[in-house]
Ligand binder design. Structure first.
Ligand code: FES
Length: 349
């Protein structure tokens, strides 16, 4: 900093001006010292290869798989509500909730119901995976957080018990006030009834269609008093019914097995850049559903806009972003839920 001369051309000797000048010069020098260049940030690969150590039937059409590291090392920690991404030998990628004991750091347990009309992942696990096989696994990740409260109502439909079971055990361990309603077609279809046997019977309602008829969602919610955290996992019609009947003073946390129906969908076109093929997406279907018919190997998993597996680059067109994780202005879209605002999207597929 150069000190300007006074009216008579003399350099100022004012102590304040001199101090300010020294301070300014020091700051300039500090700013000129550049920090050392940091190494580039590389994405962390969180995948592991785990061995299937057991495959056990736990209900009609349901098997439980136990997975462990080949060298029996400690596995990454997880909390109730977490899931694993399994990469199947066919290239399919599927997510399954962890349903074992989070304090057991050497094994993971998942359960899979056979779905003959699903996307083929459950059939592959039932028909082609056996003890001793190795699978690539990613996670654990949590898309269904267990909310800490004093009072809980848990509602599980069939295989929906998988994320709920560790939550129930955690609530019991924390001496919380909890109740579980477990629904399904019949007792034979309900996995993990044995695991529940050690918990107080008075806190568990088993409600099967063959004994009690199809449940009314308002009835399932009679225990959802103000302040109760309600955690639900089950088939889409059950989740939708519970959402519609839900009392305002309780808090609802839910996980679906299947995507919600498309609402307010308008038809649009998708052009696949690799082939130039143009596909028509009707109002009630997702782009992923239609693209799958053309490209059966397209990557997807949850079909609900939260796992990110189906994220695809958009080369042209305007996207109606419908997934919470899709930032507006990004040049990608989750093709399982997001759509075009109108006209045509060209996708890097
Ligand atoms: S498949 Fe999970 S976000 Fe689309």
């Amino acid at each position: 900093m150069t000190i300007p001369p006074d009216l008579y051309g003399r350099r100022s000797r004012d102590r304040f001006v001199l101090a300010a000048s020294a301070l300014f010069t020091g700051v300039q020098k500090l700013r000129s010292l550049r920090p050392p260049a940091l190494p580039p940030v590389r994405p962390v690969d969180r995948s592991m290869r785990l061995t299937v150590t057991s495959v056990v039937p736990v209900a009609e059409d349901v098997v439980a798989l136990t997975l462990a590291a080949p060298d029996d090392r400690v596995l990454p920690a997880w909390q109730p509500g977490c899931h694993l991404d399994l990469h199947l030998p066919s290239g399919r990628r599927r997510q399954y909730s962890l349903c074992g004991d989070p304090s057991d750091r050497r094994t993971y347990r998942i359960a899979v119901r056979r779905l003959p009309d699903g996307g083929g992942g459950s059939l592959e696990i039932h028909n082609a995976i056996s003890e001793g096989d190795t699978l690539k696994v990613q996670g654990p990740r949590n898309a269904f957080p267990f909310i800490s409260r004093d009072r809980y109502l848990f509602i599980a439909g069939g295989i929906g018990i998988t994320p709920i079971l560790p939550m129930v055990k955690a609530a019991h361990k924390a001496a919380a006030d909890w109740h579980l309603i477990y629904t399904g077609r019949s007792r034979a279809t309900l996995p993990f009834l044995d695991d529940l046997a050690g918990l107080p019977e008075s806190r568990i309602t088993i409600r099967t269609d063959d004994e009690h008829g199809v449940p009314d969602c308002a009835d399932l919610l009679t225990r959802a008093t103000p302040g109760t955290a309600v955690h639900v996992c089950g088939p889409a019609p059950m989740i939708d019914g519970i959402r519609a009947a839900f009392p305002p003073a309780a808090t609802l946390h839910y996980e679906r097995f299947a995507p919600a129906p498309v609402t307010d969908g308008k038809p649009f076109e998708v052009e696949l850049a690799s082939s130039g093929r143009v596909l028509q997406i009707p109002p009630a279907r997702s782009a992923l559903d239609v693209i799958k018919e053309e490209k059966p190997d397209v990557a997807y998993s949850c079909r609900q806009g939260f796992c990110g597996t189906c994220k695809t680059r958009v080369l042209s067109g305007e996207v109606d972003q419908r997934a919470p994780s899709d930032p507006p202005g990004d040049d990608t879209m989750l093709i399982c839920v997001s759509r075009a605002t109108q006209g045509r999207l060209t996708l890097d597929l």
